[in-house]
Design a protein around this ligand. Structure first.
Ligand code: AMP
Ligand code: MG
Length: 340
């Protein structure tokens, strides 16, 4: 499984490098200061995170961005007992004091629940644990187990006390911000790079990508390859992007296979089973939080309902690959996306 994630990440880097000229050093226009280009890949948030930065003091900016994403993980990981999310889960049924930052992202997750009629659900944890697709066990839960876990999944049951900075979930419920926290981390990492004066950069956390400015000169957009869900060592197209984010949810990112069927990590809260409408959804949105939550939600909704929902946004576009490999691209994205 780890290998798969690594492949995905490396592939996006490879696509970026092959499709553009991977700049190393250049002179900023009008200045005589040499700009550095630095890049690194580190393991964070259960995935590989690439950061590529150009500018003055690029290494320092890169280190600060990694430190910030590491900090975000320590707040939101449900696998750490001492994280805010870990503590809320540990003490389900009771009020738990958490950071303002945790309250705010949780509230955003809940808002996405409302916006998507529950396709995105921050309390999906009980079902995610039941399927446990990363464990290697490859066990399909029984009908009774799924029904019991579904009882614990409802984002509307999460209570927030903004005066006391406290959160309470029903006893036995499990918060899982895995569908949004990586996007948040990438947004925070990008914000730190910008604060450090970086004007050209890219962060890719296992498919959650934020690009800062152009690739280098004024007219060179970043070129990000969209992985082909059917052949994950190939890209199906390339998006040309400046100052935006692009996030993909795919059935090939984490899964197990049994008797020829793939059971993956995006669960439909209504059925309790892995969503089976499409194979990948890529969202281009102003922030990776929006892209992350919506790519997961649209994956659950499938093509027709996603198209309807997308019409309600001015600044969110998507590329949806359905089960038979048909690719649908938001009309507003057509001039920035090329099929290969
Ligand atoms: P992503 O890869 O961003 O689509 O997110 C998938 C991750 O989000 C899973 O690994 C779970 O942690 C969580 N998740 C799965 N299904 C849902 C859902 N319907 N709503 C919210 N989060 C989900
Ligand atoms: Mg997501």
């Amino acid at each position: 499984m780890e290998q798969r994630k690594l492949l995905l990440t490396l592939f996006i880097i490879a696509a970026a490098a092959a499709l553009g000229t991977a700049g190393t050093h250049w002179l900023a226009s009008g200045e005589n200061t040499q700009q550095d280009t630095v890049e690194d890949t580190r393991f964070l948030m259960d995935t590989t995170v690439d950061v590529r930065v150009m500018g003055h003091d690029a290494q320092r900016a890169l280190e600060k961005a990694y430190a910030e994403m590491d900090r975000v993980e320590s707040v939101f990981s449900r696998h750490r007992d001492d994280s805010d999310i870990g503590r809320i889960n540990e003490h389900s049924g009771q009020w738990v004091e958490v950071s303002r930052e945790a309250m705010e992202l949780l509230q955003k997750g809940i808002d996405f629940g409302d916006l998507t009629d529950g396709s995105f659900d921050v309390t999906i944890g009980a079902l995610v644990s039941l399927w446990d697709v990363g464990s290697g066990e490859r066990r399909i839960p029984s009908h009774e187990e799924i029904e019991a876990a579904k009882e614990l999944v409802d984002y509307r049951t999460v209570a927030l006390d903004w005066e006391a900075n406290k959160v309470r979930i029903p006893e036995g419920a499990v918060l899982d911000l895995g569908g949004i926290a990586k996007g948040y981390a990438v947004d925070r990492g990008s914000a730190v790079l910008r604060e450090e004066g970086i004007e050209h950069g890219l962060i890719n956390a296992g498919g959650d990508v934020s690009v800062i400015g152009t690739r280098e000169g004024p007219d060179q957009p970043w070129r990000v390859g969209i992985q082909d869900p059917a052949q994950t060592n190939q890209v199906l197209g390339v998006a040309e992007l400046i100052d935006t984010t692009i996030v993909t949810s795919g059935d090939y990112q984490r899964y197990f296979e049994k008797d020829g069927t793939r059971f993956h990590h995006i669960i439909d809260p209504e059925t309790g089973w892995p969503a089976d409408q499409v194979t990948s959804v890529t969202v281009v949105a102003p922030t990776a939080v929006v892209g992350d939550a919506l790519s997961t939600a649209l994956f659950v909704k499938g093509k027709a309902e996603s198209q309807e929902l997308l019409e309600t946004f001015d600044d969110v576009n998507a590329i949806i690959v359905d089960k038979d490999g048909a690719i649908w691209v938001s009309p507003d994205l057509e001039d920035r996306f090329r099929l290969l």
